[in-house]
Design a protein around this ligand. Structure first.
Ligand SMILES: [Ca+2]
Ligand SMILES: [Zn+2]
Length: 652
């Protein structure tokens, strides 16, 4: 009975999946519905008893690989007993599905050297669909989306001590709401700029469905410039480096289209975290845009310098005064933000004082496996490590390199613990974005120590987000198998179109408290890994946000064009892949030594300094490496900030 109900639901919902049709499939076989890259690990989760699996070619029904399921793992996050099918040895491009005696068949999936390009393009379209202050119009899946220019009233300057309106038009809406927040905007743009720095060779020629396509900038940078131009407007003036914390109304509007949201919006006073993030991202932008647009690069760097000078002259943390507005939105103490700013100013200019500020404030290990807007020090470390400049203190440089590799090793270890390959062992608001963001740590670590496990672990985070998860669903609108239909996103709800805006990653499950407001959603009482619902009112698990999408874009960019051309290593899951009659020629040997999927799962987490499994408080972001207590203030700040993030959206 349960099986029939689930199949019926799947058949209904799969009609909305646009990447390819999902044929009849058993929901107990969960895999990356976007497909797999020939050289990367290929794992599926099986949540029903079985012993062996077959991989069949769709075209002729032939068995191309068979293997023994590994496990089971008692997955503490879901309460499920989960087996793993490892078919990494299958590298021949084609369309396939799994069949498992006593369980059924999976959806069909491609093995394709460029399996994630379309998802990358659609995830960038998600940003276009967030644009503010301009007409938005695009087509996706045969549906037209869009709205006329919104929030042209941005914004009142009285909270800054001005009179009347200043120019705060443009940028992207932040999430499911229409606010524009400097701290989150800068983190988002910083991650996207990093994607460009790391993968520009493959991203540069990609055309996006935006008005600027074909112009002087690569489309990726054109979309991002829309946000950077808005950020520049958040600085008080060219002579006053303080940076406004946000533009919002006094409270969130209802579920209306953006052009119908005509309440008074204001610049909210500066905070030093917002000011430092502004410095960091504009210094970074000055480097990235210089080859294409020197005038814009100069403008970014000049603005960054004015605000950096303000910060060095005013070393104390100043929280934005949000009196009269929703309080504590993206509130974050500024230590990590100043670190990021110092690192980027040094990389952009060679400023020795900025380098000294970074090296004397942040000491190794201090690389987090898990970071988001409350904790941007990692971005400073990545900028520091990635620079070609001379002058770094050798022991500090070596220490950060070692810490970065240690953090990546922790992520690899984590992703082998549970049944679904998550590299993080904890849950909190927006953790889907953090799963994708682990790809930044893994990719940076790969540059220091080229270990194929790092790239495979990143790929497995995408697998989770696109179907190798307990829901057997894609968690990104408009993409993959049975994607979310009801995100907490005002335009998706108010536009009268059934399909939601595409390319948006939902926040994901965690043990949320009761959600106030009609209708009340009670606290989730299931295992935490199951606490997501595709419910517009469940903003704690089903909202969308620019910082999560930026992480998704980075993760997908890692594999556009196939990514690094190294084969997956041994021992990724321990499946006893039998020699398939076809498709496995030339594949690296797998299985045997080093199997991990059957390893015992600790319910309490690993060594000090690693995330504790099942943490239910705060962001759960911990400092990686060998010294757990290196930065006690950072953990406290992250927990506090994550708690405030909850406050940010409560009472909607
Ligand atoms: Ca901070
Ligand atoms: Zn708007």
């Amino acid at each position: 009975m349960q099986r029939l109900v689930r199949l019926a639901a799947l058949a209904f919902a799969s009609t909305f999946a646009t990447t390819r049709p999902a044929s009849a499939a058993d929901s107990d076989i969960r895999l990356n519905s976007l497909g797999y890259l020939p050289l990367r690990a290929k794992l599926a989760a099986v949540s029903a008893p079985a012993t062996t699996f077959n991989v069949l070619r769709d075209a002729d029904g032939s068995v191309v690989l068979n293997g023994v399921l590994s496990g089971p793992v008692n997955d503490a996050d879901t309460g499920e007993s989960v087996l793993t099918a490892d078919f990494s040895a299958l590298t021949e491009p084609g369309t396939y599905h799994l069949e498992i005696d006593g369980v059924g068949r999976s959806v069909s999936f491609p093995i394709d050297p460029d399996a994630y390009r379309a998802a990358f393009v659609t995830s960038m379209l998600g940003f276009y669909g967030w644009r503010c202050g301009t007409e938005v119009a695009f087509d996706y899946g045969g549906v037209h989306f869009g709205y006329p220019a919104c929030h042209l009233q941005d914004a009142h300057t009285e909270p800054l001590g001005g009179t009347g309106m200043g120019d705060g038009q443009g940028g992207w809406h932040d999430a499911g709401d229409y606010g524009k927040y400097t701290v989150n905007s800068a983190l988002t743009a910083g991650v996207l700029l990093a994607a460009w720095e790391d993968y520009q060779a493959v991203l540069a020629p990609i055309r996006l469905q935006i008005p600027e396509t074909g112009g002087p900038l690569p489309d990726f940078l054109a979309e991002l410039k829309w946000e950077l131009l808005w950020l520049l407007k958040m600085q008080y003036s060219a002579a006053d480096g303080r940076v406004s914390h946000k533009i919002t109304e006094a409270s969130h509007p209802g579920f209306v289209m953006p052009q119908a949201d005509t309440g008074a919006r204001s610049f909210v006073p500066y905070g030093t975290a917002a000011t430092a993030d502004f410095v960091a991202v504009l210094a970074k932008a000055s480097r990235v845009y210089r080859p294409f647009d020197a005038e814009f690069a100069d403008r970014c760097l000049a603005a960054a310098r004015v605000s950096y000078d303000f910060l060095t002259a005013n070393p104390g943390n100043v929280a934005a005064a949000e009196t009269g507005f929703i309080g504590d939105q993206y509130a974050s103490t500024d230590t990590d933000d100043r670190l990021w700013a110092s690192a980027e100013m040094w990389v952009a200019t060679g400023d020795a004082a900025a380098l000294a500020a970074f090296e004397t404030t942040l000491r190794p290990p201090a690389v987090s496996v898990d970071f988001d807007w409350p904790s941007v020090a990692n971005l400073g470390v990545f900028a520091y490590l990635g620079s070609a400049r001379d002058g770094r203190e050798p022991a500090t440089l070596a220490g950060f390199r070692s810490a970065l590799v240690g953090a990546a090793d922790t992520l690899v270890k984590n992703h082998r613990l549970g049944g679904y390959g998550r590299a993080l062992t904890n849950y909190y608001w927006g953790v889907n974005g953090s799963l994708a963001r682990t790809c930044m740590v893994l990719s940076q670590a790969y540059r220091v120590a080229p270990n194929a496990d790092y790239i495979d672990t990143c790929a497995d985070q995408l697998a989770f987000l696109f179907g190798r998860n307990p829901f057997n669903r894609s968690l990104v609108t408009g993409l993959g198998l049975n994607p979310p239909l009801h995100p907490h996103h005002r335009p998706s709800a108010a536009d009268g179109i059934d399909a939601p805006y595409p390319g948006l990653l939902v926040g994901g499950g965690w043990a949320y408290r009761q959600i106030d407001g009609p209708p009340v959603i009670p606290a989730c009482t299931q295992p935490e890994g199951l606490c997501w619902s595709d419910d517009q009112n469940n903003y704690m698990t089903n909202e969308v946000a620019i910082n999560w999408n930026a992480a998704l874009v980075y993760a997908l960019a890692t594999f556009v064009g196939g990514g690094v051309q190294v084969p997956t290593g041994n021992g990724s899951a321990g499946a006893g892949a039998a020699g398939g009659p076809a498709g496995s020629a030339g594949a690296p040997s797998i299985g045997g030594a080093g199997g991990n999927a059957g390893a015992s799962v600790s319910a309490t987490g690993g060594a000090p300094g690693e995330p504790s499994r099942g943490s239910k408080s705060g962001c759960g972001c911990r400092v990686g490496g060998s010294s757990a207590g290196a930065l006690p203030w950072l953990g406290a700040a992250l927990a506090l900030a994550a708690a405030l993030r909850r406050k940010r959206t409560s009472g909607r």
